[in-house]
Design a protein around this ligand. Structure first.
Ligand SMILES: [Zn+2]
Length: 236
């Protein structure tokens, strides 16, 4: 019987902070509220990513630069790769942003995965994100979203197990699949699926409702613990 390949966990966080590099700071004059909002960063996503990486001794690749400069979770050519703030910039300036802040990040993630795939390992990539509790008047009725490609059996099975373990860890948590976004939509994991086959690469986006990190305290810590305990169970 073929042995199951060894699983290597990689944690990433594309929207971890709202820093603005000095060269582009003047674009955000008067934009403190925008930068601090869910449009500037994924609130709580870096804390979650750090907790997961620490719990499993996994490498973490994270960006603390605001997504309003360039969105690391969008492909080149996507209409929302740049924000309303950076889209009007001249082409050369947008290219400079890509060269300094987009390409190094995407290359680091790609090469980390490629190294392990080449060594015969299976990579579980958990990309940590968070979503605003309410968008355009619509209340998001989930605490956690697990985003994956339903046509990839390995990802579907892994999310079955993670979901079941989350329900067991905390029955009050509302966990939904491919919510609030479909896992096949444009993003880093979707891009990586085109580079690596399903038996070698599993790309899961973990989406946490920002009402938890915004509330903070023991319930936020409990949610983090539940996510980690359930992930350990699913990896077992
Ligand atoms: Zn995000």
């Amino acid at each position: 019987m073929a042995r199951r390949p060894q699983v290597f966990l990689l944690v990433t966080c594309e929207h971890g902070g709202n820093r603005v590099p000095s060269r582009w700071r003047s674009l955000f004059t008067g934009g403190a509220a925008l930068l601090a909002s869910h449009r500037g960063l994924d609130i709580g996503s870096l804390a979650m990513a750090r907790r997961i990486a620490a719990a499993f001794g996994a490498p973490l690749i994270a960006s603390r630069t605001t997504r309003l400069l360039v969105d690391l979770n969008r492909s080149i050519g996507h209409p929302r790769l740049f924000s309303a703030v950076t889209r009007p910039l001249p082409r050369a300036e947008r290219d400079r942003i890509l060269a300094r802040h987009y390409e190094p990040y995407r290359r680091e993630v790609e090469s980390s995965i490629a190294r392990h795939v080449t060594a015969g390992r299976r990579v579980l990539h958990v990309s940590s994100h968070s979503f605003t509790p309410e968008l355009d008047g619509e209340v998001r009725n989930a605490d956690i979203g697990l985003l994956y490609d339903p046509s990839r059996r390995t990802e579907r099975r892994f999310c079955d197990e993670w979901h079941a373990a989350l329900a067991a860890a905390d029955p009050a948590l509302r966990v939904r699949r491919n919510y609030p976004y479909p896992g096949k939509a444009d993003g880093l994991t979707t891009h990586l699926r085109r580079l690596f086959p399903g038996n070698r690469y599993l790309g899961i986006e973990l989406e946490v409702n920002q009402r938890h990190p915004l509330a903070g305290g023991t319930s936020w810590r409990r949610l983090q613990r539940s996510v980690i305990a359930a992930l350990a169970e699913a990896l077992h």
